[in-house]
Design a protein around this ligand. Structure first.
Ligand code: MN
Length: 259
């Protein structure tokens, strides 16, 4: 009897109050994503990764303006879908945050966004005769096609290539359409997904696919995955995302960056 009373009291005295703050797990995964993408060579001192707020779909989480490898939980800021930090005391923010805000605004299915300057990928945005295509099963998601964003069409001549306004972000999101990735001519790429770990996974294997495709193109005519093969392989391969994530997390932790 006394035991039951204690148990009841405990239930009443420690109600779980939802503050509307993003979950600690989400912040931890976003920090890990920053470190993994650096460790895997997708990001260097530049580029960024964001995730949609788990309690408020009109917000997203993105680090303050800093190198991804150095991001800690304390550096994660909350932004609205116009790319404005929610806190009025926010520190310096990424110039290209509109890549993220406009992707979340345009696509309700998008839960995470990666923007990279992956050097293996950039050639495929600048050579009109060659398109990025799935060369192996791990890059199969590219079978859906990968559009190229030409910023001259949206930003005019003489622009600095950066997505520095909501208008340019909206143009990029429009050209992305329903695709998972878009190449940005002379700049890099943006990858979106329905989950943070999938966005990281695809960013890593998009880069590996680009490296392999460049090698193969130097050897001769390339026999790419067919659309049907790409669809089947995507389903199989992406059932294994956690396996890669667990390893990458330890590899990135071994670099010694603070969380
Ligand atoms: Mn950039």
């Amino acid at each position: 009897m006394a035991k039951a009373t204690r148990s009841n009291q405990r239930k009443v005295s420690t109600p779980k109050r939802d503050t509307g703050a993003p979950s600690k797990d989400l912040i931890r995964d976003l920090v890990t994503a920053n470190h993994i993408l650096f460790q895997q060579g997708v990001l260097d001192g530049f580029g960024h990764v964001s995730v949609r707020h788990d309690k408020d779909p009109t917000k997203f989480l993105l680090a303050r303006n800093m190198a991804p490898a150095l991001v800690t939980a304390a550096d994660i800021l909350i932004f609205d879908l116009d790319g404005r930090p929610v806190s009025s005391k926010a520190p310096s923010v990424y110039l290209e945050r509109f890549i993220h805000s406009e992707a979340y605004k345009a696509r309700g299915d998008v839960q995470a966004v990666v923007h990279s300057h992956s050097k293996a990928v950039i050639p495929f945005g600048v050579v009109p005769e060659v398109s990025l295509q799935p060369i192996f099963h791990m890059g199969a998601f590219l079978g859906e096609g990968c559009p190229i964003f030409e910023i001259r069409d949206a930003g005019g001549p003489g622009c600095d290539l950066l997505i520095r306004s909501a208008e340019l972000g909206a143009s990029l999101a429009r050209d992305l359409g329903s695709h998972s990735a878009i190449l940005m001519r002379g700049h890099g790429a943006t990858i979106v997904a329905d989950a943070l770990k999938r966005a990281v996974f695809r960013s890593v294997y998009m880069q590996m696919n680009a490296e392999l495709q460049t090698t193969a193109l130097g050897l001769g005519r390339v026999n790419y995955l067919t659309t049907e093969e790409a669809r089947a392989a995507t389903a199989t391969v992406e059932g294994q995302i956690q396996r890669a994530w667990d390893m990458w997390e330890i590899m990135s932790r071994n670099l010694g960056f603070r969380k």
